[in-house]
Design a protein around this ligand. Structure first.
Ligand SMILES: [Zn+2]
Length: 215
């Protein structure tokens, strides 16, 4: 192997790419996570950052349970803006020209503030690198279908050109995907959004149910 090929990237940085699945509040750089640990703004410890085996989980659910609760619950609007910008700029350097990033609808009072922060991050990254990005608003399955319907209804009256999709995340065995038929219909027919729920990351039945509740 020549010295040149040893140094070449595993993936072509010049090939245009699209990143279709990023939970933006979890997309912290190592530096951003380190800062958060130092400020006691997460219960994840330094070991998580320094020792690779510590970041491996036996299944997706145990990974979610730890990182979501320890990281995502404590995200502030300003952090969301910075994480969005730095994440998009990083993948743009690796050749990404488009990204679809998701953020959960939790508390209606902070939702629009969070969206404004994500949009500012998108605009800054676009200005610096040219990358385009859009947002998928998600609802957590753990909170049930009525919460998802509330989120979808909120999006009917919420006009944000960067929001182009509605999704469902979280524990796929919490309930049946078919219970979300109403929420998906509201998002598709009334809010005019694309549909991007997680299906069969944890449970194959969800993939079959998806065909029964797709608008
Ligand atoms: Zn996901």
């Amino acid at each position: 192997m020549s010295p040149k090929s040893e140094k070449s990237h595993l993936v072509s940085y010049t090939l245009p790419k699209a990143d279709m699945h990023t939970h933006i509040s979890l997309a912290l750089s190592p530096e951003q996570l380190l800062k958060k640990i130092q400020l006691n703004r997460t219960t994840l410890d330094l070991d998580f950052l320094l020792h690779k085996p510590r970041r491996y989980y036996s299944n997706l659910w145990s990974f979610h349970a730890e990182t979501y609760e320890k990281l995502r619950g404590s995200v502030e609007a300003y952090e969301l803006a910075i994480v969005t910008q730095t994440y998009l700029e990083r993948i743009a350097k690796e050749g990404a020209i488009y990204a679809e990033i998701s953020n959960s609808f939790r508390d209606p009072a902070v939702f629009e503030m969070q969206m404004d922060a994500v949009v500012e991050g998108i605009k800054a990254a676009k200005e610096n690198t040219g990358i385009e990005a859009r947002i998928v608003v998600t609802s957590l399955r753990d909170y049930g279908s009525s919460k998802a319907e509330k989120a979808a209804k909120h999006l009917v009256g919420y006009k944000n050109p960067y929001v182009t999709g509605f999704g469902l995340v979280g524990y796929e065995r919490a309930d049946s995907l078919q219970e979300y038929k109403t929420a998906l219909n509201i998002a598709w027919h009334e809010a005019g959004l694309g549909i991007a729920p997680h299906v069969a990351e944890q449970d194959i039945v969800n993939a079959i149910d998806f065909f029964k509740c797709y608008p």
